[in-house]
Design a protein around this ligand. Structure first.
Ligand code: CA
Length: 231
């Protein structure tokens, strides 16, 4: 995990210096940008393992950057942690929906930030890289990070992919919203984002799955289950 490249996009100089220093102490390679456009360019060029992304930036907002990175083939698997100010709850939810992995609310302690960075990178490594899961007409290619329906690729966000992955690999078992939050968003003990985020993602995923969405069964008041019965 050490020596991995982290791109920090932050326009507040004191935060930038503090975070850079603390990550370098942990042997990460740290790149920095203070403006939105420059940050995005650097991300596309350097393809860092993780981007620490301030949301309020000059020229281009962090949410726009997040969206662009997740839509680009080259940076789709880049992990993103948002740095948010207090009172920007809606931005946080939008960011997570766009595929950000986590967020940290300012002010934060450098130690907490380093721990979150490591947790997100660890999860990235644990995602198996050599599998193609099949269920009915659904195929999940974990190498290409691609969802295919009847052989045709369907565009999904990183979170939608991971949700489907979690459901399929737990086929037949109910997964509570809390478990899904933990598996897909990585929250272990405290529920940092609302469980309705799970419902919103499931809703979007179902739309994209079309008729294959019937595999995802809502278990009222509990969570979701993937059923793999023949149609
Ligand atoms: Ca800012």
């Amino acid at each position: 995990m050490a020596n991995e490249t982290i791109l920090l996009i932050e326009d507040e100089k004191n935060i930038l210096e503090l975070v850079k220093y603390n990550l370098e102490q942990e042997s990460f390679r740290v790149l920095t940008a203070t403006r939105g456009n420059a940050g995005l360019e650097l991300a596309l060029k350097e393809k860092p393992a993780l981007v620490l992304l301030d949301l309020m930036l000059p020229e281009m907002s962090g949410l726009e950057i997040c969206k662009t990175l997740k839509q680009n083939e080259k940076t789709r698997s880049t992990r993103i942690i948002m740095l948010t100010a207090k009172g920007t709850e809606s931005d946080k939810v939008v960011g997570l929906e766009l595929g950000a992995d986590d967020y940290i609310t300012k002010p934060f302690s450098p130690r907490e930030l380093v721990a979150r960075v490591k947790a997100v990178l660890r999860r990235a490594q644990e995602t198996p890289a050599t599998e193609c899961l099949k269920a009915g007409t659904i195929e999940l290619d974990t190498i290409k990070h691609e969802l295919r329906l009847k052989g045709k690729p369907v565009e999904v966000t990183a979170k939608e992919f991971e949700l489907l992955y979690a459901l399929i690999t737990s086929k037949g078992r109910v997964l509570t919203r809390e478990v899904l939050l933990s598996k897909v968003w990585g929250y272990e003990n405290s529920i940092n984002i609302e469980t309705r985020t799970v419902d919103m993602h499931i809703g979007q995923l179902r739309k994209k799955l079309g008729t294959a969405a019937e595999h995802i069964v809502t278990v009222k008041g509990v969570g979701y289950r993937f059923d793999d019965e023949e149609d």
